[in-house]
Design a protein around this ligand. Structure first.
Ligand code: SAM
Length: 257
């Protein structure tokens, strides 16, 4: 990868900030800037910065954990020889796509809402995706929906992109509903969103999907990464098979956003 010159300065943070409030300083091209950890557009623009901050310094293991879990389940079911047609939703700069490609897949499409994500994926991991779209899955145009249905995806992977201000539940539902029944679904989510104590409503939607629309084959609790303050961030990696389409959750979605 062509990494440019930059310097990361992690702040001394005494308190535990929520993940979407974390920040660090970046010195790049003569300027020092405060970057929030969810300012993905700014992060993707600098080659190597995303990998450096989240993977090297904060020890993120989620693409590896989620993809390994998926691979294990595929092997257990004896489906390793069947062609995987994978939808990487919230694909970012292609870290997950790269692993899925190495696992072996027939066809791989990435979707992200940010043009900077697509640019970074093409710049840093050329050839990983067969197609990569910048679009908002909360409101798919009819033509886009038709095209996605024609892709005949049999696997949905969404890593480090659910919860907080990232992928809204309706967008996840639309992606999920593109799959045929019995398709593989692999994602991760922060533990707090699965707890009854979560007041955002996000967990209610994910919990309902897990109860009603998925046959869960594996759920693993693990440390997604360290926070900027050095605390372990606990996530669950979940792999299952789609049982049926998600419907009738508009009421919960309204509450969850
Ligand atoms: C932490 S990154 C994860 C990227 C990649 N999956 C990985 O594990 O490295 C979260 C990604 O979700 C994307 N995202 C957030 N909201 C989205 C939405 N509504 N639709 C599609 N992608 C979204 C962000 O742009 C960002 O690239």
């Amino acid at each position: 990868m062509d990494t440019s010159d930059y310097e990361i300065i992690l702040p001394e943070i005494g308190e535990q900030l929520d993940q979407n409030e974390e920040w660090f300083m970046v010195k790049h091209e003569g300027q020092v800037k405060k970057v929030r950890s969810h300012d993905y557009d700014e992060i993707y623009r600098i080659p190597g910065l995303y990998e450096d901050i989240f993977y090297k310094r904060l020890g993120c293991v989620s693409p590896k954990v989620v993809c390994e879990l998926l691979n294990e389940e595929i092997k257990k079911k004896g489906e390793q020889d069947s062609a995987l047609r994978v939808f990487d939703f919230g694909a970012g700069n292609g870290m997950v796509g790269e692993i899925v490609r190495k696992m072996g897949c027939d066809f791989l499409v990435g979707v992200d809402i940010l043009p900077e994500a697509k640019e970074a994926a093409e710049r840093d991991r050329p050839g990983v995706y067969d197609d990569y779209y910048v679009l908002d899955m909360t409101c798919l145009e009819d033509e886009e929906k038709r095209k996605f249905e024609e892709y005949n995806f049999n696997t949905l992977v969404t890593v480090a992109a659910l919860g907080f201000d990232d992928i809204p539940t309706r967008a996840f539902m639309n992606a999920f509903n593109l799959l045929k029944n019995d398709a593989w679904v692999a994602f991760n989510i922060k533990e707090k969103f699965l707890s009854k104590a979560d007041s955002s409503g996000y967990g209610d939607v994910i919990g309902k999907i897990m109860d009603d629309n998925l046959v869960i084959l594996q759920e693993r609790k693990y440390c997604h990464r360290l926070s900027v303050a050095g605390e372990e961030l606990c996530y669950h990696a979940i792999v299952g098979k789609k049982a049926n389409n998600i419907d009738d959750i508009s009421g919960i979605i309204r509450a969850a956003g």
